[in-house]
Design a protein around this ligand. Structure first.
Ligand code: 13P
Length: 247
């Protein structure tokens, strides 16, 4: 069976009380999801525990952190370690999201440390990679993506306990999504790079995914799921997207 991952990145939205209301509304609207799909929620750190408690132990639902710091504990004001996130109920962590890279200046080297830290804390890393518009137009998509993969995964040969999210920067929050073929071509090149090094991993696509375009994106067998920002913020609409994305 082909399993599909529907990952919701709430970014800097949805406080703890709202998160409990969201979870209630999502569970009611989603009903019993088909067994071929799982839903991952990435709330802001302050809401991880609220979501974890609200979705309680359901096998097809999981909560994760949007970012972690690489040290396990100590004097790092404002930072959250994998261990702290795990105790709040996180089982996964986004690493190297394009907003971390481009808004907060995160480097490939830091991303690599965070992947290692997530694994050490027993969190499933979701490594985000993707090129800017200028890089795509210069024909550098795979150079950039390969550099990001190489930096973050070099120390983890033979380990397939991760997920990759391909999110072209030019498609995030812009309403301009990659065509299914654009996405599938890059996924296939990423897969060819991964296979001899780490083995098979799920590869998600992200960037302006919504109710209207999700079915045609997931019609591409290269996509193992989607990572969704804006279109995951409303619980009913997100439940509908998950339920109806594939027949
Ligand atoms: P949008 O779905 O809002 O374009 O965001 C994509 C994203 O960055 C998910 O991580």
């Amino acid at each position: 069976m082909r399993y599909l991952i529907f990952a919701a990145n709430w970014k800097m939205n949805i406080a703890p009380r709202e998160a409990r209301e969201y979870a209630r509304a999502f569970l009611a609207a989603a009903g019993d999801l088909p067994e071929d799909r799982v839903v991952w929620f990435f709330p802001p750190a302050v809401s991880i525990e609220a979501v974890a408690q609200s979705i309680g132990g359901r096998e097809n639902l999981l909560v994760g952190a949007q970012d972690i710091y690489w040290e396990p504990k100590g004097a790092f004001t404002g930072a959250i370690s994998g261990q702290l996130a795990a105790q709040a109920g996180a089982r996964a962590a986004l690493i190297g999201h394009s907003e971390r890279r481009h808004v907060f200046g995160e480097t490939d080297e830091q991303t690599a440390k965070k992947v290692a830290a997530a694994l050490a804390a027993n969190l499933h890393p979701v490594l985000c990679v993707g090129e800017t518009l200028a890089q795509r137009e210069a024909g550098q998509t795979m150079d950039v993506v390969t550099r990001q993969l190489e930096a973050a995964l070099a120390g983890h040969a033979g380990q397939a306990r991760m997920t990759i999210a391909y999110e072209p920067v030019w498609a995030i929050g812009t309403g301009r999504n990659a065509t299914p073929k654009d996405a599938a071509d890059v996924h296939s090149a990423i897969r060819a790079w991964l296979m001899p090094r780490t083995g098979w991993m799920p590869i998600l696509y992200g960037g302006s995914v919504n109710l209207k375009n999700v079915a045609e994106l997931l019609a591409e067998p290269e996509l193992d799921g989607v990572l969704v920002g804006g279109a995951s913020l409303d619980p009913q609409a997100w439940a509908e997207l998950v339920r109806t994305a594939v027949a």
